[in-house]
Design a protein around this ligand. Structure first.
Ligand SMILES: NC(=O)c1ccc[n+]([C@@H]2O[C@H](COP(=O)([O-])OP(=O)(O)OC[C@H]3O[C@@H](n4cnc5c(N)ncnc54)[C@H](O)[C@@H]3O)[C@@H](O)[C@H]2O)c1
Length: 361
């Protein structure tokens, strides 16, 4: 079998390194890493040294895009750079795996989608939860009618800080809610299976204020993170109403004690389903069986290469398969675009202190 060839842009970052690990271990039978790019020469060289074969190295992504043997690129750079790199990658005839959020504005998402359509190449967005066995099982329980039509959903994302300087600048990240919660709004969209209509949000900087230095614990690793002059909100409550009448609420906090687990739940008229991502556990209550909880722990063995969670493993298998089998990805540009709609509306609602209709965006 011919191996498809990848280039990774932003390879030396936290997520870039995770992609290298996954490409090296999970899809090594069908993917060869052809080239790497990051801004610092020494860091790119060190990344290339992780591979048992020769990998070309660049500090300018445009030079990487000129390598004709590369079939696809993984873009794992800060959010404000995604549009430019993705559009140029499509123009160079590459398939693109772009980290979430696809871009920081809807106009930029649309430009990327148009570039993909023009090039007739695949675009997969790194909304990793769509590939997680946990959420796929939860979605299947809902689609099978186990809780009836979903009327309410909720999500609690209580973290012990962000990391990486660019995340604290709204112009670079798109804002805290865009950067962090596109994942969770995508879960709402997918499970409620409708378009959002109205969004109301409250949020602000209660702890990580401008001019103040905060020492916080990084969410996944437990390392210390010193934050100066943050420009982004550090807590928010977001309420969404969907076109089909379903409602959802999200809590976001960046100064919670380390060690929380992401909770996502849904209630229909026949029951309730709740999930916890680190525990990799789903609880299902059916109204007809009052008091009885059914517990699911789907496919926990696939977490072995699941950097952060098991969807990270599966999304690589499916991106490679989509290129090899010429079949479109589950999480395409349109899914990526929709995942930032609620986030942008929430940020606007906070700034303008009013309910925002998503049609205004
Ligand atoms: N799917 C997930 O669960 C998940 C988790 C974390 C991060 N992310 C996303 O991954 C992306 C990267 O995040 P991160 O945490 O790895 O950030 P990071 O700051 O650790 O890494 C970004 C890397 O990109 C490099 N870079 C910046 N501009 C570049 C350019 N023009 N050309 C080449 N390299 C460039 C930087 O030098 C850095 O090494 C972001 O879009 C983020 O939202 C996704």
């Amino acid at each position: 079998m011919r191996k498809i060839k990848y280039g990774v842009i932003g390879c030396a970052g936290r997520m870039g390194m995770a992609h290298l690990l996954l490409v090296n271990n999970v899809v090594a039978d069908r993917v060869k890493l052809e080239a790497l790019c990051d801004l610092d020469r020494d860091q790119v060289t060190a990344c290339a040294g992780l591979f048992p074969y020769e990998v070309r190295t660049f500090t300018d992504y445009r030079e990487l895009l000129e390598v004709t043997s590369i079939d696809a690129v993984i873009i794992s750079t800060p959010n404000d750079t995604h549009k430019q790199i993705a559009v140029e990658a499509f123009a160079a005839g590459k398939h693109v795996f772009c980290e979430k959020p696809l871009a920081t504005t809807l106009a930029d998402c649309d430009e990327i989608i148009r570039a993909a359509d023009r090039a007739q190449k695949f675009l997969q967005v790194g909304l990793v939860y769509r590939y997680s066995p946990l959420y796929r099982r939860m979605r299947r329980l809902i689609a099978d009618g186990e809780v009836g039509p979903v009327h309410m959903m909720w999500c609690k994302e209580l973290l012990g800080s962000f990391y990486g300087r660019w995340r604290f600048k709204e112009a670079l990240s798109g804002g805290a809610i865009v950067e962090k919660n596109c994942h969770h709004f995508d879960l709402f969209n997918w499970m409620i299976d409708a378009r959002p209509k109205k969004v109301c949000a409250f949020g602000g900087q209660n702890v990580m204020k401008r001019g103040r230095t905060v020492e916080a614990i990084i969410m996944d690793t437990g390392e210390k993170n010193v934050v100066h002059d943050s420009e982004i909100i550090d807590n928010a409550v977001v309420i969404v109403e969907y076109e089909n009448g379903a409602r959802a609420q999200l809590l976001l906090c960046f100064f919670s004690p380390y060690g929380n687990d992401l909770e996502v739940g849904a209630i229909g008229d026949a029951g309730k389903v709740e999930s916890w991502v680190k525990a990799h556990r789903i609880h299902l209550w059916r109204n007809a069986q009052e008091g009885r909880v059914e517990v699911f722990q789907p496919d926990s063995d696939v977490q072995q290469y699941g950097v952060f969670h098991s969807g990270a493993y599966q999304q690589h298998i499916e991106f490679a398969d989509c290129i090899l089998n010429n079949s479109p990805p589950v999480c395409d540009g349109r899914v990526g675009r929709e995942s930032i709609v609620i986030a942008l509306a929430a940020q606007k609602s906070i700034k303008e202190e009013r309910i925002v209709h998503v049609d205004e965006l």
